[in-house]
Design a protein around this ligand. Structure first.
Ligand code: KG4
Ligand code: ZN
Length: 425
């Protein structure tokens, strides 16, 4: 009898990942080879380097995922792969490999939207229950001999049973490439998505990364800002987000977004639109006005030698003056406040009783604390993936593929990368 085993492959940005998930509910293995060390010195992902690194990592990562799950290719029921959105060259590595494996094994191939994957990271975790979460938290770091020394490879194994009833939810996907609000609805096991809001320019994670770069902090910026913000005054700098006027935006040229093929902005309620390019400029202005440019530049070299963000106030002050810590805390407070305001307003207007927050920025501590408190105040439920499942991984791709597998929604051999693949309607 089929065990419902799906091998998920993810290579849309700067992580090469493979995972085996049973019936969309039980993670047998999840391996992630991160390219952070490769891109850190450039302060952002370099697409050509990403493709090269995926090519190097894809075979050992898939092998490790199968080995960790104690299965062989012959045990699989399907292969799922991220088809977009993402970097074209990076996506192609995963797609080509998945296609070749599926063809050689005579297995169905399932194309998954990366954003749908992020939503299923939370659903997978809910299905796995407490046992799964505990195992995920015990993420162990593996090193694959065939990868460069500085590449980090995470492996995690977990067990659990699916008990969670599936119900509609408002999902905030907030990462380095996306800030999107979707209404996710299950109908007879298949999920449907309606775009409710999105960013007009930068993604929230992109703002974290750009502000971190500006302040001479490490890459990616999110974890550094998250750690340092705890030691600053969040109300020191009153950053403000003004209400977006759709018509004004539409009067100019088309908005610059990475996932441009989503529904027209004119169809969306402007109260649920985001814009994070302004706060980046406001931080830059503050830095220049307060003469913080030089001290930020002086931090770049010592930062590269630091293995982890500061954990204590002393460590934080050794890295940044109080003025910079206050700026960092204020930036984060404003971004999280804006994400919260619009997400809860959308939930209220849609009468959604359940909110899922997912994507790399969902790992943020202040975001989790404030969303949790606000949800409790309003009597709605909020769920986040564990930090390991928040950032890019392949367990979420294999989990999102399960309903498609059951519905027989398979990709054909013409499947190609779609860098601007849209999700839902
Ligand atoms: O989901 P992800 O791994 O990749 C994309 O699909 O983009 O998200 C990466 C993003 C980066 O911008 C990173 O700075 C941000 O997530 N991030 C965080 C945290 N951890 C990662 N942002 C805020 N706080 C964090 N703890
Ligand atoms: Zn992602």
């Amino acid at each position: 009898m089929s065990r419902g085993l799906i091998l998920g492959i993810e290579s849309s940005c700067d992580e090469t990942a493979a995972s085996v998930v049973e019936r969309g509910a039980r993670t047998l293995s999840s391996v992630v080879a991160s390219q952070i060390a490769t891109h850190a010195r450039y302060g952002g992902v370099v697409p050509e380097l990403a493709s090269r690194e995926h090519l190097r990592a894809i075979v050992p990562v898939v092998r490790a995922a199968l080995a960790e799950a104690h299965i062989t290719l012959a045990d699989l029921d399907a292969i799922a792969v991220t088809a977009g959105p993402g970097l074209a060259g990076a996506l192609l590595v995963g797609i080509t490999y998945a296609k070749a494996l599926a063809f050689a094994q005579g297995l169905p191939l399932i194309a998954v939207n990366h954003l749908e994957g992020h939503i299923h990271a939370v659903l997978l975790q809910e299905r796995e229950g407490a046992k799964g979460v505990a195992a995920v938290l015990e993420t162990q770091i593996l090193r694959l001999a065939s990868l460069a020394q500085d590449d980090r490879v995470f492996g995690l194994g977990s067990t659990g049973s699916g008990t969670e009833t599936e119900e509609a939810a408002l999902a905030l996907v907030v990462s380095g490439g996306h800030t999107h609000l979707y209404l996710a609805r299950p109908t007879r096991g298949t999920w449907h998505y309606t775009l409710i809001g999105r960013t007009l320019d930068d993604a929230a994670g992109e703002a974290y990364d750009k502000v971190a770069k500006l302040l001479g902090l490490g890459y990616p910026g999110g974890p550094w800002i998250d750690a340092l913000a705890r030691f600053g005054d969040p109300l020191a700098v009153p950053f403000a987000f003004s209400q977006i006027k759709t018509k004004l935006h539409l009067a100019g040229k088309a908005p610059r977004t990475k996932a441009a093929k989503t529904a027209p902005i004119a169809n969306l309620d402007p109260h649920f639109l985001f814009s994070f390019s302004g706060i980046k400029t406001a931080v830059l202005r503050y830095v220049e006005l307060h003469g913080l440019r030089e001290e930020a530049k002086a931090r770049v070299a010592p930062m590269l030698a630091l293995a982890r963000p500061p954990q204590t106030k002393e460590e934080a002050l050794a890295l940044c003056p109080q003025l910079t810590l206050d700026l960092i805390a204020s930036f984060q407070h404003a971004v999280v406040g804006d994400l919260m305001k619009k997400t809860f307003a959308a939930a209220e207007s849609l009468s959604a009783r359940r909110i899922l927050v997912t994507g790399g920025v969902a790992a943020n501590r202040e975001l989790r604390t404030r969303f949790t408190a606000e949800a409790a105040r309003r009597g709605v439920r909020v769920a986040f993936p564990t930090p390991a499942l928040s950032t890019d991984n392949a367990a979420m791709i294999a989990a999102a593929a399960w309903p498609r597998f059951q519905a027989g929604e398979f990709a054909d051999s013409a499947l190609s990368a779609d860098p601007a693949l849209a999700l839902g309607t």
